[in-house]
Structure formats: structure tokens, C-alpha cells
Design a protein around this ligand. Structure first.
Ligand code: SF4
Length: 375
């Protein structure tokens, strides 16, 4: 199973916490789409003989593409790749873009999964984040999409800003549950250096909430969502039965994927490559073909081992001892078995047959535990 990711690096305005690659000038949107179309040709041999099970428009804000632009990208992918008939086609959208007309357009394009960036239902917090939509638009966009026949909807929520406390987080979770969406991705706000929030934090105009409070919000989320038929299948992701993200699950399971567009990453099992994170340079290099538009690294066995441990431990599928033994040298496996004992004793990890997964307590320390299992 393989997937194709298309990075659309444009946004209406810059959210104050965001360090993804995007531009708020839409001037070169047409040129950039043409470059993505050219990159599809250039990358034709990246996933040889692979069936494409998922196509994911991420960003940035892919809902800023016109119908024709999205159509041209999809048309070319369908023409050149073996795309499964029931492939998952996800498009990330912001609530303010989801007009009735836009939703009709997405239906015509046969997009079958919407990822809506709600982030918060709190007006004051949305303004502080510099989001381009209101709290009312957050809720109404989901309802409009459902009325237009979109069943497979995921929403993004952020917790851990200075506005977060247990009482309002409970309200947020209740609202999210009441929206009857099938999937929720929820991230603890991180303060990234090269953002407005990072800058203000450095000047001590903003504060970070402490880990204890964050943990309280995280555990409340697990508790509340699991009681409402959501399965916590990855540290930041909750899905109802049959509605896990196929595209992201494939990342976590080490499947191969092709990334198109500026800053997009690709993985073919042995190497990782990433495109230049600059729209103009990407456009120029794709058209002139005399300078590479990506960098590439071949992964060592150690890097592959550490990546497998890090991503698998965060999921419901866990770390499989049989997989470790079949794919890595015995010294690495021995190191793993020595280290993992401590976490089993601490009850942060459980073993079921040959699979190791995090307990609820362990989920609070996922990255720390993984880093101690690294070779
Ligand atoms: S959070 Fe999304 S909409 Fe906001 S700047 Fe980042 S990519 Fe754009």
C-alpha cells in the first residue's frame, strides 16, 4: 500500500503558532500547480508497481486551490499511477473556505475525506492564534459538509495554550463529540522558535503551560473520546471503527509514499528525500531542471530501527518483536529487550504475545520511552 502527498503551500494568513512551509502571497499559485504537475512526471519511477491507496492534499491550505487546479493534479495522478478504486482522497480545508459551492466542487472531484482545521471553538483563542475563521464558522462548516454528504470528516484541535484549562477543554471535547465527526486529531501546542508565538515567548510576552496541566488535558481527552466510541490509535489521533486515517496509518506502518510540492517528504523504504521549502526556488528548479529541487539521505540500519521504534510505539499496533527480529541485527534486538523490561515493570508498556504497546500512563512519556529504546 502506498500513498501520494501533495503539499499546497499557501494560506490566507499566518497562524501565530505555525511553522509549516507556506506563503501568504497567492500570486504564484498557478505557476506552482504547474510545477507540481511537472513533478508528477519527474517522479514517475519513485513508486514502481505500487498500488496507490491514498492521496492526501495537505499544507498550507489546499482548500485555496480552484476546482480546476485540484482536478488537474488528480487527473494526472490517476492517469499515471495505479490508483485503487476505493482510495482514500483527503483534502485539508479551513472552515472559512467550506462554502456550499466549495463543498459541491469537492464532491465533483470525488474527494472522500475532509480534514477540517477547526483548532478551537473559543473566539478569543482563535483571534490569539490568528486563525482566519470564527468559532461559529468552525461548527457550521462541519454541519454543511455533513449535509452535503461527507461522512468521513476529521477535525483538528489544539490544546495547551494559555486559554486551556480543564473546564473549557471539557466543553471543547463535548462540542467536538456533538459534531458527530468520525475522527479527531488533537495536538498539544508547541512553541516553535520561528513563529510569532515563539518570538513573543522569547520576549516573555507569552507563557507556556506546564507539563502537568498538559498531561491532565491529554488524559481527559483520552477518557472522554474513548467513552464516545473513538479509538485512540495514535498518540494524537482518535478514530471511530472504520475511520482511521489510511494515509497517516501507512506512514506509521513504514509504507512507501511519494511527496509532491515544496517541502514535501518522500520515503521508499530505504531512503528519505525532501523537497526544497521555498516556492520560488521549487518552481525555478523544476522548470530549469539543472539543479536538484530535493535532498536525499539513505537511511542506515540504526536510523531505520530508531524510526520504527519511535513511530510504532506511538500507535495501537505497537512494536512487534517478530518484525524487529526479521529486519534488524541481533545486537539491536538484544538492546531493545534489555531496555523494555524496565518499562514493563513500571507499567508504562505492556506486552501482548509479541507486541509491545504503551499503557495510558506510558502514553504521557511516549517520546521519552522511545528515545531510551534507540540504539
Ligand atoms: S496552521 Fe494551517 S492555516 Fe494556519 S498558517 Fe499553518 S498551514 Fe496555514
Amino acid at each position: 500500500m502506498s500513498g501520494i502527498y501533495i503539499h499546497i503551500p499557501f494560506c490566507k494568513q499566518a497562524c501565530h503558532y505555525c511553522d509549516f512551509h507556506f506563503s501568504t502571497s497567492l500570486q504564484n499559485k498557478g505557476l506552482l500547480v504547474n510545477s507540481i504537475l511537472s513533478e508528477i512526471d519527474l517522479r514517475l519511477n519513485y513508486l514502481p508497481n505500487k498500488k496507490i491507496e491514498s492521496i492526501y492534499f495537505g499544507g498550507g491550505t489546499p482548500s485555496l486551490l480552484s476546482e480546476k487546479e485540484t482536478f488537474l493534479i488528480l487527473e494526472k495522478i490517476y492517469k499515471l499511477y495505479n490508483v485503487s478504486k476505493d482510495a482514500e482522497i483527503t483534502l485539508e480545508c479551513n472552515p472559512d473556505d467550506l462554502t456550499d459551492e466549495k463543498l459541491k466542487e469537492l464532491k465533483r472531484l470525488e474527494v472522500n475525506r475532509l480534514s477540517i482545521g477547526l483548532q478551537s471553538f473559543d473566539e478569543e483563542e482563535l483571534i490569539w492564534m490568528n486563525r482566519a475563521h470564527t468559532a461559529k464558522e468552525s461548527e457550521s462548516s462541519v454541519k454543511r459538509a455533513q449535509d452535503r454528504g461527507f461522512e468521513n470528516i476529521t477535525i483538528d484541535l489544539i490544546y495547551g495554550s494559555k486559554f486551556s484549562n480543564l473546564a473549557n477543554w471539557k466543553k471543547t471535547l463535548n462540542k467536538a463529540i456533538a459534531l458527530d465527526v468520525k475522527h479527531i486529531s488533537s495536538y498539544n501546542l508547541t512553541i516553535e522558535e520561528k513563529t510569532k508565538l515563539g518570538h513573543d515567548f522569547k520576549l516573555k510576552k507569552e507563557v507556556a503551560i506546564d507539563d502537568e496541566k498538559s498531561s491532565e488535558l491529554f488524559l481527559e481527552m483520552i477518557n472522554r473520546l474513548e467513552k464516545n466510541n473513538f479509538i485512540h490509535y495514535e498518540i494524537s489521533n482518535f478514530g471511530q471503527e472504520g475511520f482511521f486515517s489510511l494515509h497517516n496509518s501507512n506512514y506509521w506502518k513504514g509504507e512507501h509514499y511519494l511527496g509532491l510540492g515544496p517541502s514535501a517528504h518522500s520515503f521508499d523504504g530505504q531512503s528519505r528525500q525532501w523537497n526544497v521549502s521555498n516556492n520560488n526556488i521549487y518552481i525555478k528548479r523544476i522548470s530549469e531542471k539543472n539543479e536538484s529541487y530535493f535532498e536525499k539521505e539513505i537511511l542506515t540500519e540504526k536510523e531505520r530501527f530508531n524510526e520504527y521504534v519511535l513511530t510504532s510505539l506511538r500507535t495501537i499496533w505497537g512494536i512487534d518483536l517478530n518484525y524487529l527480529s526479521a529486519n534488524f541485527n541481533t545486537e539491536f534486538v538484544k538492546h531493545y529487550l534489555n531496555q523494555i523490561e524496565k518499562y514493563i515493570k513500571q507499567e508504562t508498556v505492556v506486552i501482548n504475545d509479541t507486541t509491545y504497546t504503551l499503557t495510558e500512563k506510558g502514553k504521557l512519556f511516549a517520546d521519552k520511552i522511545a528515545s531510551e529504546l534507540f540504539v
